[in-house]
Design a protein around this ligand. Structure first.
Ligand code: 4UV
Length: 546
């Protein structure tokens, strides 16, 4: 599977058969077989036991689509923002908006009003879906935005009443008095239209809108499904919905791909040990996508036993590196499960590498899925040609799952793609003679905390706003449980004094909790920079990591 061309240098192709790009809108793709299991449960909340069958979910999302068009006058190319924890209604909101022809931008529900307002501004969202408890934050975000957006809220229990000014989500998804025939498909709708607009910082800078088309996502669903044997996955299976659906890993790989295959989602709004264990035990979780900190939880928590995980067949870890030693510890405790890894990025819908069947090489993150090509480019970027096996460099990929680009950001698109549509991952990797890939390092500035993106540029901007701070730089240091933790080096203005606690608290007030400066604050006289003023992050890491 190794090829050479004068243009691309050495590049790898997938050991799998090419996938057929579905060429249908995403909601049609997800509902393609739903009649086969329409009476079964599609999603259940492990806290309230609130649930929807496939038929109920299908009808509710279609009703939502009709009302978005007729009542709220939303049409392609309008953007709808979903700011929800994992609830059974998440797929209803998503698939309904898509059926109405809209683009969905998914917002992290733990964001601060500032962070939400920024995403609403960049995406131009015209409608918001949230929860009763999240409503005050969403309202504050809209105030910052200076523009009114209708906000529909989900009531997660009977005790929650509708806040003033909010729209009742249960009313807009109600199947009573809906005229399904009123739904219009725009004449110019194609499977190349943008269906999702998640945000990612990519290789550098602030978060940017990632334009993903219906075909990007449906292709990736096909790629993921083809890599798992069919008898392994189907309507008999339950997936604990623990990875956040707002993040592309939870959205594509867990929520959409698995609903399309008739699996049941056992959703939980956040990771809480008891809820998580209930999803495996009472709700019989059989396939589990997780991030390394959850694997560590399963290894270390005394109540998490083989008995708790007795239904579990397959575990797939991704979004951050997991050590081979930890995989071995996991398999020692849960010998009956198959352990797989995946590697992906928002810009690739997300899956780029997957562990093949029968693999026992736990140092590797796997092989390329169908129709995907990859090459390794020397790190200095002097020549965008690929190198051969066992030589490290930047991993670059090409395939039907790769984004068209970042929204309204030609500059970022220029640096993110090499000629020939090769998406630069910003990760350091190599492949071996068997076509297995190994991620060895990250060259982009991104920090990953529990698999979540923490863009240093964002924290640096917050720090620079502090009246006592002249300059700041942020980088990641290793963290035993979370993978990494953000650490800041700070230059104070002349004559100013501040404590590390004061700076940390200032940041903590302004960002989502996982972005806090858990790695500490160090005061310095100067931030190391190159002659053009770019922060020298490698040097920072080497100098200030201990
Ligand atoms: O953009 P993002 O936040 O995207 C992700 C997606 C992870 C997925 C998706 C589908 C899977 O099936 C799966 O197993 C994992 O995280 O962040 C992208 C960056 O995260 C790092 C790497 O630096 C990416 O550029 N990353 C993601 N997966 C891995 C990883 C991994 N397995 N090992 C090491 N780093």
């Amino acid at each position: 599977f190794l090829h050479y061309s004068a243009e691309d240098g050495y590049y790898k192709t997938s050991p799998f058969d090419p996938v057929t790009v579905p060429k249908v809108p995403l909601h049609e793709y997800v509902w393609r077989d739903f009649k086969k299991w329409e009476r079964r449960t599609a999603a259940v909340c492990v806290i309230t036991d609130r649930q929807y069958t496939f038929a109920q979910m299908r009808d509710a999302s279609a009703a939502f689509a009709v009302r978005l068009q007729t009542k709220f006058k939303l049409h392609k190319p309008d953007v709808l923002a979903i700011c929800l924890p994992n609830l059974p209604e998440f797929p209803i909101a998503t698939l309904g908006a898509i059926e109405a022809g809209l683009t969905v931008t998914t917002v992290n529900p733990v964001y601060t009003p500032d962070e939400i307002a920024r995403q609403l501004t960049f995406s131009g969202a015209k409608f918001l879906v949230g929860t009763v408890s999240g409503f005050p934050t969403l309202k504050k975000a809209c105030q910052l935005l200076g523009r009114q957006i209708p906000i529909a809220v989900i009531r997660t229990s009977a005790e929650e009443s509708l806040p003033e000014g909010a729209i009742d989500f249960s009313e807009v998804i109600s199947t009573q008095n809906v005229r399904y025939e009123d739904l219009v498909t725009p004449k110019d709708a194609t499977a190349e239209d943008m269906v999702f607009l998640p945000f990612s910082s990519g290789t550098t800078g602030l978060p940017k809108g990632v334009m993903l088309s219906h075909n990007n996502i449906t292709s990736n669903c096909e790629q993921v499904q083809a890599s798992l044997p069919l008898d392994l996955l189907g309507p008999q299976d339950t997936l604990p919905g623990v990875l956040p659906f707002f993040h592309i890993y939870g959205l594509t790989v867990v929520m959409l791909s698995k609903l399309g295959q008739g699996c049941r989602l056992a959703t939980m709004p956040s990771f809480k040990p008891d809820d998580f264990m209930r999803s495996l035990d009472k709700y019989q979780g059989s396939i589990l996508n997780l991030v390394p900190p959850i694997a560590l939880f399963m290894i270390n928590h005394p109540k998490m036993t083989q008995e708790t995980a007795r239904h579990l067949k397959v575990v797939m870890s991704g979004a951050a590196p997991i050590g081979q030693h930890d995989v071995e510890r996991f398999l020692h405790k849960f010998p009956k499960t198959v352990f797989k890894q995946g590697y992906g990025m928002t810009e690739a819908s997300p899956v780029v590498l997957l562990t093949p069947e029968g693999n026992k090489n736990y140092a590797s993150t796997g092989v390329l899925p169908g129709s995907t090509e990859a090459k390794i480019v020397p790190l200095d970027g002097s020549d965008a040609k690929g190198v051969g096996p066992r030589t490290t460099g930047e991993l670059c990929v090409r395939g039907p799952q790769v984004m068209a680009g970042y929204l309204n950001n030609e500059e970022a698109n220029q640096v993110t793609f090499y000629p020939g549509n090769w998406l630069r991952s910003g990760d350091v990797a190599f492949y071996d003679e068997d076509g297995l890939f190994y991620i060895t390092d990250r060259m982009k500035e991104l920090i990953k905390v529990k698999g979540f993106q923490v863009p240093p540029a964002e924290l640096e901007a917050v720090l620079r706003d502090h009246p006592k701070i002249l300059e700041a730089a942020v980088f990641g240091i290793p963290h035993e449980l979370n993978g990494e933790a953000p650490r800041a080096i700070v230059v104070l203005r002349e004559g100013e004094k501040a404590s590390a606690e004061e700076i940390s608290a200032y940041v903590a007030e302004r960002v989502a909790h996982y972005k806090k400066l858990e790695g500490g604050v160090i005061f310095v006289d100067e931030v190391p920079k190159n002659p053009t003023g770019k922060i020298l992050r490698r040097e920072l890491k080497e100098k200030f990591s201990d």
